[in-house]
Design a protein around this ligand. Structure first.
Ligand code: FES
Length: 104
């Protein structure tokens, strides 16, 4: 069974509070979300029709896709508002020495 490796993706300081940002983790495009200082990582595209979730505001633990208004809980990736039905794929994260690492 393959094990995931933690990859250094950016400095914590580069991810503004309550915002999302796209990063490259070993060639995989991911969305980081800073939820009141808690860092989470997900697939970067809305599961409704592929809307890009880069640069969005995190509000009440949710990120909104601006194309048609779907919402996702950034603690779990779960879709919380239609038209999205399926959640975002989530990735394990950790913060060490001011850097964000994602397991890919
Ligand atoms: S593509 Fe995101 S709500 Fe439709």
């Amino acid at each position: 069974m393959a094990t995931n490796t933690f990859v250094d993706v950016m400095a914590v300081d580069e991810l503004p509070l309550n915002r999302t940002k796209i990063v490259d983790a070993n060639g995989k495009r991911l969305m980081l979300a800073n939820d009141n200082g808690e860092i989470h990582a997900f697939s970067p595209y809305c599961t409704h029709d592929g809307g890009d979730l880069d640069g969005k505001t995190v509000e009440d633990h949710e990120v909104t896709c601006h194309r048609h208004g779907a919402k996702f809980d950034v603690r779990t990736g779960e879709a919380t508002k239609m038209p999205a039905v399926f959640g975002l794929t989530s990735y394990e994260t950790k913060v060490e020495d001011g850097r964000i690492y994602v397991a890919v």
